[in-house]
Design a protein around this ligand. Structure first.
Ligand SMILES: Cc1cc2nc3c(=O)[nH]c(=O)nc-3n(C[C@H](O)[C@H](O)[C@H](O)COP(=O)(O)OP(=O)(O)OC[C@H]3O[C@@H](n4cnc5c(N)ncnc54)[C@H](O)[C@@H]3O)c2cc1C
Length: 349
């Protein structure tokens, strides 16, 4: 962030910035222990003067943090333009756990619809028992009551919000609905940051159209610019703000897998009765600690493999991914399809 547009926004924004700092700690795909150099940004060759835009705040990045920041600014009557280089929200497997505090901010401060969030989430009681086993098909070695502890937090009165198991796609969809209903926020998909120049009264940013595929771009004149490009830190790096701390503490790989486990998981009949979900911690030599949340209604599993050896790219994983999923299921006769793979590395910053 350059300048201090959030001075007016007060406490709620400070919380979002704190969340941003925590979120930045989860960085997809770095392959080294030092922050790798970002790829060069494509610069537009031609400027369309008709698209020249003036706004109080330009927010770069329309992920959860960019969209929530825009909603918080709007609450203080501050208009903003949000540029997002993707053509639509979602797409890759990412967050599943929406904790109490994030949920509070979404509902109370950013006015995101509770109904929509709950619609996209698996209710806690439906994945109450976490099964610990050597594979999904094997009998449980132990069962943990995942909900018991969470309920204690709610009962203690610290929070009124729920802890949701909701795919990031669905969370972003709910935030997007609030953004679309807010006239002070102008969210532009397929528009990407190209460069910026600061002067005493503000910032002039060049934005590339069609995510940089076309040669066209335009200028945005704003008083402030906010970097909400997540771990990419596109503007942060341009202004030479580096991240310090131990990098690569834990490599995690996330997958979306389509498979029907109804006749595979011994407890399926109980857990799936109402179309619920099953959460499993699996320990096998070649899986080495994996969490699988299986949503039976959609025959979809979200699998997160912890402590995976350092990965260069998600595509590299698909070479041996099938073998690992087979081992995770624990049976050879169950068809499955890996639909999406993403990696993330936790840093201690
Ligand atoms: C595999 C995985 C599992 C995770 N699990 C969890 C979890 O269970 N719970 C949890 O709380 N968090 C989890 N996270 C972290 C969570 O996904 C991130 O913290 C969150 O997405 C950060 O939001 P953000 O808006 O800061 O950044 P992002 O979601 O990264 O959004 C940044 C946006 O900026 C856009 N952008 C980038 N460059 C440009 C540009 N030049 N111009 C315009 N736009 C640009 C990107 O397209 C993107 O949409 C997980 C992450 C991963 C990868």
């Amino acid at each position: 962030m350059i300048g201090n547009p959030l001075a007016k926004v007060g406490e709620a924004s400070a919380v979002v910035i704190a969340i941003l700092a925590v979120m930045i700690a989860v960085v997809p795909n770095p392959d080294k222990r030092v922050e790798r150099k970002p790829p060069p940004i494509r610069q537009p060759q031609l400027i369309n003067e008709d698209l020249h835009t003036k706004t109080e705040v330009l927010i770069t990045g329309g992920g959860p943090v960019g969209m929530i920041t825009a909603l918080l600014l709007a609450k203080q009557n501050i208009s903003s333009v949000v540029i997002e280089r993707r053509f639509r929200h979602g797409g890759a497997p990412a967050a599943h756990q929406l904790n109490f505090r994030s949920n509070e901010i979404l509902q109370r401060d950013a006015q995101v619809s509770r109904d929509l969030l709950r619609k996209g989430a698996t209710p806690m009681n439906e994945y109450r028992w976490v099964k610990m086993a050597t594979s999904l098909a094997s009998p449980p070695l132990a069962k943990l009551d995942h909900v018991g502890n969470l309920n204690k937090t709610i009962e203690s009165g610290i929070t009124w919000a729920e802890y949701l198991n909701i795919p990031q796609d669905m969370t972003e969809r709910a935030i997007l609905q609030a953004v679309e209903a807010e006239p002070l926020v102008d969210l532009r998909f397929g528009h990407s940051f190209a460069n910026h120049v600061e002067d005493e009264s503000g910032v002039t940013t060049t934005v590339a159209l069609d995510s940089g595929i076309s040669r066209w771009g335009y200028h945005v004149r704003s008083r402030y610019i906010i970097d909400a490009t997540g771990s990419k830190g596109v503007i942060r790096r341009r202004v030479n703000m580096t991240m310090s701390g131990e990098r690569g503490v834990m490599n995690v790989i996330n997958l979306h897998v389509r498979m029907d486990l109804t006749d595979v998981v011994p407890e399926a009949k109980d857990n799936f009765r109402d179309g619920g979900a099953l959460m499993t911690w699996t320990f096998a030599p070649d899986v080495g600690g994996a969490v699988a949340i299986h949503h039976n209604m959609s025959s979809h599993s979200s699998v997160q493999i912890q402590h995976f050896p350092s990965i260069v790219s998600a595509s590299e994983f698909t070479d041996n991914g099938a073998r690992i999923i087979r081992s995770l299921i624990g049976r050879d006769d169950v068809p499955f399809e890996i639909e999406a793979v993403d990696t993330c590395v936790n840093h201690s910053l």
